[in-house]
Structure formats: C-alpha cells, structure tokens
Write a protein that binds this ligand. Sequence first.
Ligand code: COA
Length: 261
Amino acid sequence: MSDLRYIRVEWDGEIAVVSVDRQDKLNALNADVIRELGDVFTSLGSDSAVRAIVLTGAGEKAFVAGADIGELARMDPVTAVRVSRDGQRVFQDIERCPKPVVAAIGGYALGGGLELALACHLRIASTRARFGLPEVGLGIIPGYGGTVRLARVVGLGRAIEMTLTGDPVDAPRALAYGLVSSVVEGDVLMAEAKVLARRVTKNGPLAVRMALESIYRGLDIASVDAQESESALFGLLASTGDMKEGMQAFLEKRKPDFSGS
Ligand code: COA
C-alpha cells in the first residue's frame, strides 16, 4: 500500500476508512485511482486487523463524480475495453472483499462513482448526495458493472430509467429506491457510516464473510445450486469457534466474544 497518491487510509479501531482524494477533479477515477483502489482493497481484505471498511470521497462535494472524462475522451476501442475490464476487476475485488464495505456518500456519486458505490456491500448517504449514471449523455454506457449491479439493487424499471435518462436522483429518492440504507446530515455521515459498520462487526466475522459469499455467489448461479452452496457454507461454519461462542453466549445470556476462528 506504499506510494498512494489519490487514496488515503485512516483507522478507527478495527474499521479502515478509505478516502478517494482527488478533490480538484471531484475525485474522478483515472487509471491511477483505480489501480490504487485495487491495491488498497487487496491489502485490507487480507489484513486480520481489519473488521470493516468505510469507503468515502474526500471533500464536501463528491463521493466520486465518475470515471475521468479527460482520459475516456482519448480511448480507442481496444483501450476502451481494457479500461472497462480494469475497472470491473477492481470493483469485483471490492464486492468480493471478505470484510464488509460501507460506502459513505456525501455528494456526487455519478457514473463510475455510482458504480463504485454499488460494488460496496452497504451504502449510506448525506442529504447532499446525488446519484446517477450520466454516461449515455457522453455517448457511452456504464462500463464498471453499472448496467448489471444497479438493476439488482433498485430493480429493473428504476435502473432502466436512471440509465437511459442519465438524470440524477437525490438522497430521499435514493432511499426510497433502496439504493442507500439511510440518509443523514453531512456532518454525521462518517460517524453514522461507522455505526452501520459496527452493527455488522458485532457479529461473527466468519459468518459475515460466508453470508456475503453466499449472497453474491447466489446471484450468478441457479437457485438450486446456490442453496447447495449455502448448505456447504452453513456446514463449514459449524466447524468454527465463532459458532460455538455465538451459541454459548446466547445460552449463557451474555454478549459473544468472537475470535474469527
Ligand atoms: N472526469 C474528469 N473531471 C471531472 C469529472 C469527471 N468525471 N467530474 C468533474 N470533473 C472536474 C471538472 O472538469 C472540473 O475540473 P476543472 O476545474 O479543471 O475544470 C472539476 O472537476 C470541478 O467540476 P465542475 O464541473 O467545475 O463542478 P460543478 O460543481 O460545476 O459540477 C458536476 C459538478 C458533478 C455536476 C460536474 O462536474 C459533472 O457533470 N461532472 C461529470 C459527471 C459525469 O458525467 N460522470 C460520468 C463520467 S463517465
């Protein structure tokens, strides 16, 4: 994680707070930002000291205002496919991160910024947040998984409307769409994102990890196969100290102390 130019990582106990910090361009994702994001999530995903990650955008105005249009404007077809695949790979790494990832969205989450938020497991917004996929207005389509993930989160009809119009939706509408879990004032956004993260980290870390794995695996395969996979993960958890501790704690009427093993 050395030599990061656009990504900052701070710690609050077991929560890593990752900020995209390219404020002069509203945190737009150029190739370096994408690469650094990939490096950071690979590193945090395998760091046993990390129990949850909050991803945010630096500054008041933007979570991330999209892919870097200056870079996109120079693409030829071959480069465009590579740009899309590079972004998709990093966003898949974020989605597959074994630690819960909460997006804290305090401003524009447009284009690649919304796609980045959609790759996170949970999303919380401030009242100032704006969400949209304006790509068609630039003559392109979302290329970092947005045409796939948005419909899964908000439903097909809303996703088609957002994608074809390119019009942004505000925070209350995003809440009504189920795009975010809650909307809070900007000055408490980070605190509330950590509260949301801790609602997850109070639980068994292996169970959280297997739940994510089961949910995301289930999206890509037939229901019957997904449930078979669910059973296997359920069985795997029965071998863990966390299961013993969780159930013992319930029976003894105390809070569990999970070790993640
Ligand atoms: N790519 C590259 N640069 C971007 C950018 C992006 N996606 N979004 C914003 N910027 C840059 C602007 O070019 C500007 O840079 P400059 O000061 O060097 O000219 C700077 O960030 C500030 O943006 P600005 O447009 O002046 O802020 P604003 O408050 O007037 O408008 C937005 C904010 C988000 C509405 C506007 O920046 C915008 O529409 N951005 C593009 C959104 C988009 O289409 N994203 C999808 C890309 S695929």
